[in-house]
Design a protein around this ligand. Sequence first.
Ligand SMILES: [Zn+2]
Length: 494
Amino acid sequence: MGFRDYASFNQALLAKQGWRIQQCPDSLVARVLQARYFHSSNFLNAKLGSNPSYIWRSILWGRQIICAGSRWRIGNGQDVHIHKANWIPQLITFKPVIKPTMPSEALVSELINGENCWDEELIYRHFDKMDADVITQIPLPRRSREDELIWHYGKSGQYTVKSGYQTALKIRFPAMPSSSEPSKNEWNIIWSLALPQKIRIFIWRAAKNLLPSAENLWKRKIVQEPTCQRCKMGIEDVCHALVDCKAAKKVWRLSFFDNDIQATPGHDILSLLHGMTRLRSKADVDLFAAILWAMWNARNQWLFTGKRENPQSVVAEAEAVMEAYKRVQPSADLEWNPPQEGFVKINTDAATNSEKNLAGLGAVIRDETGQVTAAAIKVSKFHGSVAYAEAEAMEWGLQVARDPQVKEVILESDSQEVVNLVNNRHGSRSEVYWVVLEIQKLKDSFDHVSCVYTHRSCNAIAHSLAKLALEKCETVVWRDSYPLQIMYLLSPLN
Ligand SMILES: [Zn+2]
């Protein structure tokens, strides 16, 4: 894994001890330490005390990491201090940027109303608008649940030494942009793009900073200056050429990715791809990567032949290359199949619009003959996570399918992540868990529900319905008779 800074590595290991004490307060170690050092408070607030042992001193050193990288998943807000605790996920400090006008001991529970929703009026009154926008996006559980401390830098919410080490480095060397060597897994995102190999290699080179940008050529003394020749404003590194240049921005605006680019932290191609995966569907991430490639081609054309790029044709080229790739892929057993006798199959999908903060949910229910028995669309708030929206779509599908006649159900989604969560293969402590709980509860309304992953090419109708939900901005369930637009979507050609 390459732990180069020994002190940071040690601190990350000690933080693991601290994490265990925080998470399992009933363990023997936790009880012994609590009796001696923090009997009247909790681990996070415990003081060094007089005459501390070497172990306790070390654990508190590790605790710095826990405090920097963990935050509360809000349930009922009763354990979380508005001013002191880490609780706002999108902000680096996890705390309000501007001090809210609430009493110093106020709890997050005071911001939640009797229906388990954010009291938006109160929040906008006491918090700066920017903070309030972020807070009101945090998903809350449907019914009151306890707050839980989770490790922010891991999908499952559990502390890992590896991500703790990254946090330790940031504490020790705050000026270092991000010294993290991306792990092997993080590169997989590039090799799993549904795009021709030449484009995947291009993306890999862009992420490794191997493209002949003006800056890279200047470093090798091939050109006189590192300045961007297209806009003459700023140094042309890879990110400038593909993302920040005036010419690039025109393309991003046209393709509706500009909002998501701004919402993505980090300033390199790999972080952008990872950020995009959180906000957009797999197909959108493929398109995003294809545009990067088309963008570079257009830049070269401009520089070498003087022919100015047309933003529209950059996007069109990216779309064309994606389509062409899809056509040559073997499509055997990538077809939707009706369920076995006596079963119904629910397909669900979500589409998101981060600009309008909306998620569109689609669900289609078919019987053993492949006949559609219901189609449904719903709009929901987008909470900044595609997985969350995908889970909501599955919940919606089950709600629509609920009927005394329906006993055996197959629930299909193209989100492997959420399918795993529902099947309990990987626990998660991030907010998507609130919806997973609802899905698991809904499963009890049927004799049997199996939740399976399906390739997105077999999920096309649900996908179109999700998009339609975004477009129409309404919630409708159709049974037996369908308007023309829906008939078209449900036709076998789709
Ligand atoms: Zn430029």
